[in-house]
Design a protein around this ligand. Structure first.
Ligand SMILES: Cc1ncc(COP(=O)(O)O)c(C=O)c1O
Length: 538
């Protein structure tokens, strides 16, 4: 048996039911509970449950619950608004007071209920003020924006609905389909119906996409990986640039290809040596391996660089391998007319991941996997046991047929709200502004004798290093490694570090819509001052 065609999908059942003990009839399971519910206690007027709570009691509790929710939720919204308003005037980040850290870690499990008002008060007092720092416009760490206000509001409504977004005629399902289409439209990726879904983030989306790549390559080679695993399969090879995010390697490891299946992609200063890549692919084929995947980045995590996607797409097409683009951070950069041309070829990918919870500011979690051919994912994931049958054999399958999650959260409402509240034009303006600020930061770094630029920014990430006059050249790497945390501890700007070009490097990622020239000046001044202090203390 080779691939799982659409008709096989609905008949696949887990655990080969013929061999396992028969599942209990659903009615047998439910009936005793129904019988218990209908027990009448002598003398009781209202129908009551076996646990001794009357329907009248539960109705009263429910009647109390909604006003209590309303009051506490209003207090929460006011507290959250105060928190957001106060953020810019607070330290970007501060360590938790020791006593509070211990208190949080040692919180005893409450035996008795805590009133909602108290829950809100505790959260506002002990949790919100001690955040990661990404709400502040001088936060430049990792790839973490502040949440969009629309997304924060929508998160409350999504939780109030609390659906499992899989299938069925409910609004959340249809909204996810629309939002995935919007995301594809925003970045100019083709979108046949069903060819994408929201995930927890790009790491999960990458696993989804690469499972599609693995399945397609092995099916073509006559191997059924879903039935047989990788035993007896041809050895798959993936061509992955050195600057690709670690989530690609992790996905390859999880999918059983192993990190040993990764080959470097010959990229020099952003240019692809296509002949060398094709020669490497030919050599792998000659050795009996199966070249299956070529990866490119639409915005690397270290420096925001965009790989030559069109040239990579040419090689992938000529060699018949799956082309995957990681646009987790950078795909939305295509909305900036100043750099849109750099993204040529992204629309030719077999799969593209992007993260609405990065540049768009959708509250975590919101990632997205997009594929050119929906059935590549359906073939990899579809498995519908009888107890989950719903909309089977529909032209577009349930969301659970395109990824590993069964119960799925309502990520679409906050994503929809975030995009709707800005519109395409608003998002494009925000992206272009961030890129312009990155160029400004690079210019400031270049003007500062005790700093050096590690790469000219293309998108909104600036990689740079400190070289304080007082620091002996032999210890510069050590100093740059210690620098980010020392800057963070001062509380005025937040930057993180990496290794880039073999050297310890700082990287500032600009995603906050309120970041301004003033915050860039603060970052530069803080890095220079902290580097000097570290150099003198060394
Ligand atoms: C380029 C790139 N790819 C993938 C990821 C992983 O994304 P996530 O953290 O949403 O899983 C990141 C995270 O920063 C990234 O910058």
């Amino acid at each position: 048996m080779q691939s799982t065609g659409p008709r096989q999908r609905s008949t696949r059942t887990p655990g080969r039911p013929g061999r396992s003990s028969p599942a209990p009839d659903a009615n047998e399971v439910l009936e005793p509970r129904l019988r218990r519910r209908s027990i009448r206690r002598p003398g009781a007027n209202a129908a009551s449950y076996a646990c001794g709570v009357s329907e009248a009691d539960t109705r009263a509790a429910r009647d109390d619950e909604v006003p209590a929710f309303r009051g506490a939720a209003h207090a929460l919204v006011d507290g959250v608004a105060d928190h957001l308003a106060a953020l810019p005037s607070r330290p970007v980040w501060q360590p938790l007071p020791d006593a509070l850290r211990s208190e949080l870690l040692d919180l005893p499990l409450p035996e008795h209920p805590i009133a909602l008002d108290d829950v809100v008060e505790t959260a506002l007092r002990d949790v919100l003020p001690y955040a990661m720092g990404n709400g502040h416009p001088a936060f430049f760490g990792w790839v973490n924006p502040p949440p969009s206000p629309a997304g924060v509001i929508a998160s409350l409504a999504a939780a109030a609905m609390n659906p499992s977004v899989v299938a069925g005629d409910h609004a959340d399902v249809h909204l996810e389909r629309a939002v995935v289409r919007w995301l594809a439209e925003l970045v100019g990726f083709p979108h046949p119906p069903g060819a994408g879904l929201l995930t927890s983030g790009a790491s999960a989306a990458t696993i989804v996409c690469l499972a599609g790549a693995r399945g397609r390559a092995l099916t073509k080679a006559g191997h059924d990986v879903r039935r047989d695993g990788l035993a007896g399969a041809p050895r798959l090879v993936a061509y992955v640039p050195a600057e690709a995010h670690s989530c690609v390697q992790r996905a390859l490891e999880l999918l059983g290809l192993g990190s040993g299946a990764m080959r470097a992609v010959p990229l020099e200063d952003g240019r692809l040596d296509a002949d060398a890549l094709r020669a490497a692919i030919a050599a792998d084929r000659a050795s009996g391996a199966l070249p299956a995947l070529l990866v490119g980045s639409a915005g690397t995590v270290n420096s925001g660089a965009i790989d030559p996607l069109d040239a990579l797409a040419d090689v992938a097409a000529a060699e018949g391998v799956w082309f995957h683009v990681d646009g987790a951070y950078g795909a939305f950069g295509v909305l900036d007319p100043a750099i849109a041309a750099r993204y040529r070829g992204m629309d030719r990918a077999d799969s593209l991941v992007l993260d609405p919870h990065k540049w768009l500011g959708v509250p975590v979690d919101a990632g997205c996997a997009l594929v050119r051919r929906a059935d590549d994912l359906r073939d990899a994931f579809s498995l519908i046991p009888p107890y989950l049958r719903q909309d089977t054999d529909a032209a577009v399958g349930t969301f659970a047929e395109y990824g590993p999650e069964q119960t799925r959260p309502f990520r679409a409402l906050k994503t929809w709200a975030t995009i709707a509240a800005r519109g395409r034009a608003g998002i494009a303006a925000q992206v272009a502004r961030a890129n312009a600020l990155a160029r400004e930061l690079a210019a400031r770094v270049e003007r500062e004798p005790e700093l050096e630029l590690a790469a000219a920014p293309v998108t909104s990430i600036v990689a740079f290093r400190a070289r304080p006059a007082a620091c002996p050249p032999g210890t510069l790497d050590e100093l740059n490694r210690a620098l980010p945390e020392a800057v963070q501890a001062r509380g005025r700007a937040f930057v993180t570090g990496t290794v880039f070009g073999g050297r310890e490097t700082l990287r500032a990622c600009i995603l906050h819509p309120d970041t301004s020239s003033e915050h860039l000046a603060t970052l530069v001044a803080e890095v220079v001052a902290t580097a000097r202090t570290l150099a003198l203390a060394a």
